[in-house]
Write a protein that binds this ligand. Sequence first.
Ligand code: RP5
Length: 165
Amino acid sequence: MKKVAIIMGSDSDLPIVKKAAEVLKSFGVPTEMRVLSAHRCAAQVSEFATSAEENGFGVIIAAAGKAAHLAGAIAGQTPLPVIGIPIKASALEGIDALLSTVQMPAGVPVATVAIDGAANAAYLAVQILAVADDELMAKMKQYRKEQTEKVLAADKKMAEVLETL
Ligand code: RP5
């Protein structure tokens, strides 16, 4: 199976970003996690991005806050799909990172999830890899089924809850 890379702009992003690693682990997806900054170590970002395909990655998740150029900088240097996580890390509550990450020019997309949406970045990475991996697709279908069952179980309890109010 292809690997997923999780790149974050700073280790201060880890409390949010680790949720992506947890989801990938729960699906048995091989994952590597790095701290690389588009601004503070641009050369190392280039080195990672330009060799990611030959190094066995299938999807790259990139998380950054503030003027968040990390996902876009990586996307511009690899043909692999890049998923951006805008991190809430400033007085602007993550809106700065959201716009910096999502507003890419045509031809170089970054599939941007919600502010601090690390779990969804991982679920999307799993879905991308699952297109060419039947076993992973079966796991994704099972996960979706369980998710539905949980909601329906909660729904069933609502009549009882109403009586207690
Ligand atoms: C961004 O600036 C990082 O991704 C982080 O979200 C934010 C703050 O970084 P630190 O100053 O905490 O290293 O580049």
